[in-house]
Design a protein. Sequence first.
Length: 406
Amino acid sequence: MFDLQNIRKQFPILSRKINGKDLVYLDNAATSHKPLHVLDSWQKYYTEINANVHRGIHTLSQIATEEMEHSRRKVQKFINAKNDFEVIFTKGTTEGLNLIAYSLNNLVKADDEIIISHLEHHSNIVPWQMLCERTGAKLKVIPMDENGVLQLDFLDKNLSEKTKIVSVNQVSNALGIINPIEEIISKTRANSNAITVVDGAQSVPHQKIDVQKMGCDFFVFSGHKMYAPMGTGILYGKEEILRKINPFHGGGEMIATCTFEKTTYADLPFKFEAGTPNVGGNISLGAAIDFMENIGLENIKTHENVLLNYAQKKLLEIDGLKIYGEKAMRTGVVSFNLEGVGISSDVGMILDKMGIAVRTGHHCTQPIMSFFNIAGTVRASFAVYNTLEEIDILADGVRKAQRMLS
Ligand code: PMP
């Protein structure tokens, strides 16, 4: 049974006061809070285990290795990867995307094309621009309409044997729009040999992921947006491609043999995991998966949809409030502005005085802001512990901000 009060009790930070008011935390797309189960796992690692993995033969090192590999298998099941060695620990989505962009260097030549969408976070734009600079490839962008819906006929016209990579997010962080990722992947497969990359940073916290069903070649996400510690993340890659491409980082752990003349690389996944990993964090990512699975991914999705629909309804009752992407399929996020209030950060500052945490600004998606000809939005984003009462508090707060600023 879905017991919201019991879920909230697992997040000690939610009982904090901010500016003398109960914290209303609606900045979950930036990072979610961590439940006791994850905090305990982190603390247990540092108080009872703390050893480096793989290298040592002593007991603690063996326990650390076993626990981290156990967590890798949890991630494998969580996203339904075929093999555990297709799951690579990273420090987050940004590192995952950069890793792919560097590792694919050899497969991209001058005049090849890389396709992304207008709805991307900067971390799914800049690494591809850098790859284009290194190789002479061209970046192309799937356009969107006024509702933030991607115009997929662009793919029909632009996919060709020149297309080497198509990289799109499953859910937009700025607007919460759910992109038709399976359709994008199947169009790509049908019309090119391009490698498909999915940025799952904003989808993983809200819905069940099945990378085999999705059919993508790569899938990346951050742990810290799904109740795990910061500095954790996952890169999933299909075995066939991971074996073919070069590693991004060189160093310890990722070699099979090393001489001054030549190095051979370790087998998967270690080829892509140079250096000491975030062992405690990676183990705690497994604890975050336990937390989500104990509640049930369907229950999380249902609850967050109720929150989103209610927030949309309550906010649209406010005169002069515009929600961006209002008519599109969305999850987890309401992004809005108030007519006559030019600067979203002013609204954010007033809400903060009332204990309400939202994010304001461009959300690392300047091209989306340019499309709507705005500097930024106010973004309220939800997690499983948010309540309808918190949305009432948000709506009252926005009304108050509107009165103060107009
Ligand atoms: N992509 C999307 C869609 C995101 O929302 C974010 C985080 N805001 C990122 C990429 C980057 O994630 P991180 O900062 O955790 O690397």
